[in-house]
Design a protein around this ligand. Structure first.
Ligand code: ZN
Length: 180
């Protein structure tokens, strides 16, 4: 993605947050991370994240998922230093979020993984998050999620967020951003 594309996308993201009555400062609007996971198909697999705070002890983020856009499957295992992996609570703020975790397979799931990438989306237990609903993903759980038909905004409250410790099911993915 070019710098201009990222700037354009940040403008679109700012509008979505504004429409959802989530107030961001002008500085924060410029800090939204536009992630395509290095896959080059951001409208299908991608993310828009604003990190409010990330310290060794806790983390808070706001995340926008466009309609049908998927955040790829991953898990947060225990870290190399022996500390416990990231635990995260996802709370839907607006729209709809479909969350998939390890567990009993849900029939007729709402979201179909990208064609030819099905093998990288193994979690088939569907959880539907509507505004005001939340779910906690415990460390080690394989999970992925997607925006509903009209997109979705979710807040994430978690322990420290450390990209290097995340393990994606798709080996092509090293981190959520494209360039780094
Ligand atoms: Zn996660």
């Amino acid at each position: 993605m070019t710098d201009q594309e990222i700037i354009n996308r940040r403008g679109i993201v700012a509008k979505w947050f504004e429409d959802a009555k989530i107030v961001l400062t002008e500085e924060e609007k410029k800090q939204v991370e536009i992630g395509d996971f290095g896959l080059g198909k951001i409208d299908e697999v991608g993310s828009q994240i604003l990190v409010y705070v990330n310290t060794p002890r806790y983390c808070g983020k706001e995340m926008l998922m466009f309609p049908g856009q998927m955040f790829p499957e991953h898990k947060h295992p225990n870290r190399k230093d022996g500390s416990i992996g990231k635990q995260e609570t996802m709370r839907c703020r607006s729209g709809l979020i479909y969350l998939y975790v390890d567990g009993e397979e849900t029939p007729n799931r709402a979201v179909k993984p990208p064609k030819d990438d099905e093998k990288y989306f193994t979690a088939k237990h569907e959880i539907v998050l509507r505004p005001g609903e939340q779910y906690t993903v415990v460390p080690g759980t394989t999970h992925w999620f997607a925006g509903g038909p009209e997109g979705g905004i979710l807040s994430e409250f978690s322990s420290n967020s450390d990209d290097a410790s995340d393990i994606y099911s798709d080996p092509r993915i090293k981190s959520h951003s494209s360039a780094k």
